[in-house]
Design a protein around this ligand. Structure first.
Ligand SMILES: *Cc1c(COP(=O)(O)O)cnc(C)c1O
Length: 500
């Protein structure tokens, strides 16, 4: 094409693929067939169709994209075979593995609205009043935690990103407050190599991973021993801080986990907050799992000291029955968001700053960002926080009830009293003292139950040995059903012993 030629326009029928008032009818039509497929998915009683290596190899081939296109109906049919039919259903009562929750209806409706409108919550001129919905959800959750008036927060992609923001602020604030160094502007300076972060040995791996991403390395994270209840041992924390100081290094932050991923244990926040204050350290509360339990009557008391924390991670996609992603990062002092804010000429120039029309991008490490807050807002408006709390109380009840049954049973060994909704335990081969046999048996149990599609149980390691884990997040589960899973575990345990 030469410059003075008029460009050839695309055939206008191709624009039918774009959602517009004219094509909207297609959404209605397709939604019916999608819902029919999803309804079948929800009808399925098993959590998984089951593992079959020939089928898995075929799925890898079927996932390929080539130049061909298909009708919507054809594509949906093959998607059903490739994905929906093989998807893991978190609403199944036999899915008790990880921190995945069944979802509440308003969250799905809100997700549809947010995606269909496609609002990006970054600048006022893209998000308008959606800005206030996100701000209001943040204000609501800050209030639940009794955070001070100057607190604020932002939605994130998950607990990992929230923890990243916490460590970034801890690092930059320490450098600024104690050395007058503006890391955001100037970058690295040598003292940062001496910065140390403390968390319990049962804390989430994202603390270490984020420390590395922030240039401080895994070695900047000091894992503190936990006590018999899987909570950070505060005496060990004091000793570790002293040791770090003697070595000439600099304690800058401590992470208290409110609900550890494996055990649901809460670190002793009050004691830790006194220690953090004494040593001028940032205190971050990782409530990715436990945070939403602030809404309950059973666990409210765990959150009495939230005023003393500098920042909080909370995952609504774990314990508020919201679809992925839905998570937030909260800070006691909103001034600290300056460590992540940037004023881009094309997006949010400083001269354009207007308190009536805020740009949420100033608080985020993302630019284009999903309107995830709408799901929580719609859930609160329709179901209400009390309903969510009752779901959490139910899953806690299930965990405690099943724990007592496991504890009485000589074929099981428990290691902790569940504080939230997980139970770590293992199947015991009678009269067997070799841990290697126990490890092999428990792995066999977990893997065979998964592959057969009977039950999905997680496993974890405690002192190097394999344990099984139930993560209970489905309030529609029952003691009866969980007993059935325990029976399956015993059957598989026996089966392994007979064959080996
Ligand atoms: C799950 C979890 C995280 C990570 O959250 P994502 O949303 O998966 O990124 C962090 N901390 C704790 C305690 C968790 O359980």
């Amino acid at each position: 094409m030469t410059l003075d030629e008029t460009p050839v326009l695309v055939d206008s029928s191709l624009y039918e693929g774009i959602l517009s008032d004219e094509s909207f009818g297609k959404i209605e039509e397709y939604t019916i067939s999608i819902n029919n497929v999803l309804k079948e998915f929800y009808k399925r009683k098993t959590f998984y169709k089951g593992d079959n290596i020939t089928a898995i190899k075929q799925h890898k081939i079927d996932a390929k994209i080539d130049d061909k296109t298909y009708t919507f109906k054809e594509a949906l049919e093959s998607l059903n075979e490739l994905y929906i039919d093989n998807a893991i259903s978190f609403h199944s009562p036999n899915y008790v593995a990880h921190l995945n929750c069944p979802v509440v209806i308003p969250s799905i409706l809100a997700e549809t609205i947010a995606s269909t409108i496609n609002t990006a919550v970054e600048t006022w001129d893209q998000s308008t009043s959606a800005t206030f919905i996100e701000q209001e959800v943040i204000r609501w959750i800050c209030n639940e935690f009794s955070m001070p008036i100057n607190s604020d927060g932002i939605f994130t992609s998950g607990g990992t990103q929230s923890n990243f923001m916490a460590l970034l602020m801890a690092r930059d604030n320490y450098a600024f407050a104690n050395y007058g160094v503006n890391l955001k502007q100037q970058g690295w300076f040598n003292e940062v190599s001496k910065f140390r972060i403390f968390c319990s040995e049962k804390s989430h791996f994202s603390i270490k991973k984020n420390a590395a991403l922030l240039g401080m390395g895994y070695d900047s994270v000091i894992a503190i021993k936990t006590d018999s209840e899987m909570k950070m041992d505060a005496n060990e924390l004091v000793l570790a801080i002293e040791k770090v100081k003697q070595e000439g290094n600099i304690p800058i932050a401590v992470v208290a986990t409110l609900g550890t991923t494996d055990y649901g244990s809460f670190d002793p926040l009050e004691t830790i907050s006194i220690i953090a204050e004494e040593h001028n350290m940032w205190l971050h509360a990782d409530g990715a799992y436990g945070g939403c339990f602030v809404l309950t009557d059973t666990h409210k008391h765990y959150f009495e000291n939230m005023k003393s924390v500098d920042s909080i991670t909370i995952d609504f996609h774990k314990t508020m029955f919201q679809p992925v992603s839905c998570s937030a990062y909260l800070v006691k002092n909103k001034e600290h968001f300056k460590y992540v804010s940037y004023y881009a000429d094309y997006l949010n120039p400083l001269e354009d700053k207007d308190p009536e029309r805020p740009n949420l991008i100033e608080k985020s490490i993302q630019t284009t960002r999903r309107f995830d807050a709408l799901k929580v807002w719609f859930t609160l408006k329709t179901l209400g926080a009390k309903t969510i709390a009752s779901y959490l109380e139910k899953v806690h009840f299930l965990a405690v009830t099943i724990y007592h049954e496991i504890k009485k049973d000589i074929l099981f060994e428990t290691v902790h009293v569940p504080e939230l909704s997980t139970i770590v335990f293992r199947y015991k081969v009678l009269n067997e003292t070799d841990n290697k046999v126990h490890d092999a048996t428990n792995l066999y149990i977990k893997n065979t139950l998964f592959k057969s599609g009977s039950a999905s149980i997680a496993s974890t390691k405690l002192q190097g040995n394999i344990y099984l884990k139930f993560t209970l997040l489905n309030p529609m589960n029952s003691v009866k059903n969980l007993r059935e899973i325990l029976n399956m575990i015993k059957q598989k345990g026996e089966e392994y012993s007979i064959n080996n």
